[in-house]
Structures are given as structure tokens and as C-alpha cells.
Design a protein around this ligand. Structure first.
Ligand code: NAP
Length: 244
């Protein structure tokens, strides 16, 4: 039972596809009611949740406005997963201000202010909660041709630790997951580039890319009572990449 989420309400951003979809389904399987937040209808995710015998409902949340999460916690939410994210690729010499701002807005500004809105609501009702931010290997490493993504994901790691310092004593666990190379729309360009794909595979001790489902179990764990004493951690789920 320490790994169950029965009676809890979880809100997962960007839950219509990829890693967010897998986390939403796994949390529903673990017993949570899942608010599938997305900028477009998360019908596929809701169907998967229903097929698994779980409970889910949609919420429109578009971080084109990074403050869009402000109204998301008018009803009680116990678990927040900040998963929505974008990436823009270009050489540093050519990187545009637009690609800087777009990624920083969705991946970092929206993440922080959604955490803040969740924290305000949880503390106002005298409740605790769990926040799980989706970081990246580029929370630790430099990456190539992704300056705003690397800056934002380093920021996600820092903000996760800052919020853990401020809120651990107030009953809110703030942690992050750093996924390795997972096959989704986010990594399509790398996965389909034979040279980059082989270079990536050569460094993964597990010998293969991950699937979105590979991230979901860690998210359920961090949301569960079993992780009650875990604060400010950034959990690598990367097939061993960071061990190399
Ligand atoms: P994905 O399939 O592209 O999913 C990204 C999600 O974010 C989608 O649901 C997307 O919605 C949503 N999103 C993008 N912009 C948004 C906005 N303005 N408002 C609301 N939602 C928005 O890619 P993914 O790999 O699952 O990415 C999920 C998270 O994992 C991201 O934070 C990413 O940085 C992180 N991550 C991924 C990997 C990897 O290898 N795949 C590795 C490390 C970290 P749409 O479908 O409408 O675009």
C-alpha cells in the first residue's frame, strides 16, 4: 500500500502524449484520479486510463501563457507533475531570441509558477503534497545545439532543490526525474539521425533507448507515501547514461 495513490488527485501537464501520457496512465493504475492537463484534448490518454479501469478527466492548460497554471488548483490537487516541455535546436551562433524565450517560458517559467500556484493552494488548505518536475540529462550536461533547453533544464534542477528547501518542512515533497534518451516526439530528430543515434546508443549501458513507460514507475514512487522522506532529489532514469 505504500506505493499506492488511492484517494489522491494528480495533475499531469502535457499528458496527451509521450512521457506525460505514460505517467498519467501509471498514476491512474496506482489508484489516483488524474487530471490530464494539456493544450489539446488528451483523448488518447483518457481512453488508456479508462481501459486500465482508472479515473481521469481533461483540463485545458496551454503554457503559451506561462502563468496559465494559476487557476489549476481551485479544486484540491495532491500531486503535481510538471512534464510539459519543448525543445528548439540550432547552433549557438545562430540561436534566436524567439527560440530562447519559447523554451524558457514553457520549460522553466511555467514550471516555477505552476509549482508556486500548487504550493499556495496546498498550504492554504493545510495540506501537503507532492511535486515531480521532469528535468533532463541536460540538467547536468551541456548538450549540443540546444542552449535554451539546457539552460531551462539546469534551472529545473535548481528550482526543484530550492522548493524542497522551502517546503520540505511544510509537508510538500519536491523532487525531479531526469529521463535519459526516451523515444518521443521530443527526441525524434536524434533518433532518426543515424550518426547521433549510434553515438547515443554507444554510451547507454542498457544498450537501448527508453520508452515513456520506463519513466512512469519512478513518478508513481515519488508521488507515493513510500517517498515521504525524499526531498530535493533528481532521480536519473537513463539506462545508466550518467554512470558512464
Ligand atoms: P513530447 O511527446 O513532445 O511531449 C511534450 C509534452 O509537452 C506534450 O504533451 C506537449 O503538448 C506538451 N507541451 C508543449 N508545449 C506546451 C505548451 N505550450 N502548453 C502545454 N503543453 C505543452 O515529448 P516528451 O519527451 O514526452 O517530453 C516530456 C518532458 O520530458 C519534457 O519536459 C521533456 O523536456 C522531458 N524530457 C524528455 C526526454 C526524452 O528523451 N524524450 C529526455 C529528458 C527530458 P503537444 O503534444 O500539444 O505538443
Amino acid at each position: 500500500m505504500r506505493f499506492r495513490l488511492d484517494g489522491k488527485v494528480a495533475l499531469v501537464t502535457g499528458s496527451n502524449a509521450g512521457i506525460g501520457q505514460a505517467i498519467a496512465v501509471a498514476m491512474a493504475e496506482a489508484g489516483a484520479e488524474v487530471i490530464c492537463a494539456a493544450r489539446r484534448a488528451p483523448d488518447e490518454t483518457l481512453d488508456l486510463i479508462a481501459s486500465a479501469g482508472g479515473r481521469g478527466r481533461p483540463m485545458t492548460l496551454d503554457f503559451a501563457d506561462p502563468m496559465a497554471g494559476q487557476g489549476a488548483f481551485d479544486e484540491p490537487v495532491d500531486i503535481l507533475v510538471n512534464n510539459a516541455g519543448i525543445i528548439r535546436r540550432a547552433d549557438a551562433l545562430e540561436f534566436s531570441e524567439a527560440d530562447w524565450d519559447a523554451v524558457m517560458d514553457v520549460n522553466l517559467k511555467a514550471l516555477f509558477f505552476t509549482c508556486q500556484a500548487f504550493g499556495k493552494a496546498a498550504l492554504a488548505r493545510g495540506a501537503g503534497g507532492k511535486i515531480i518536475n521532469i528535468a533532463s540529462l541536460l540538467s547536468f550536461q551541456g548538450g549540443i545545439r540546444v542552449p535554451s533547453y539546457t539552460a531551462a533544464k539546469h534551472g529545473v534542477a535548481g528550482i526543484t532543490k530550492l522548493l524542497a528547501n522551502e517546503w520540505a518542512g511544510r509537508g510538500i515533497n519536491v523532487n525531479a526525474i531526469a529521463p535519459g534518451y526516451i523515444v518521443t516526439a521530443n527526441t525524434k530528430a536524434l533518433h532518426e539521425d543515424p550518426v547521433r543515434n549510434q553515438a547515443i546508443l554507444d554510451r547507454i549501458p542498457a544498450g537501448h533507448w527508453g520508452a515513456p513507460e520506463d519513466i512512469a514507475g519512478s513518478a508513481v514512487f515519488l508521488a507515493s507515501p513510500a517517498a515521504a522522506y525524499v526531498h530535493g532529489a533528481i532521480l536519473n532514469v537513463d539506462g545508466g547514461w550518467m554512470a558512464r
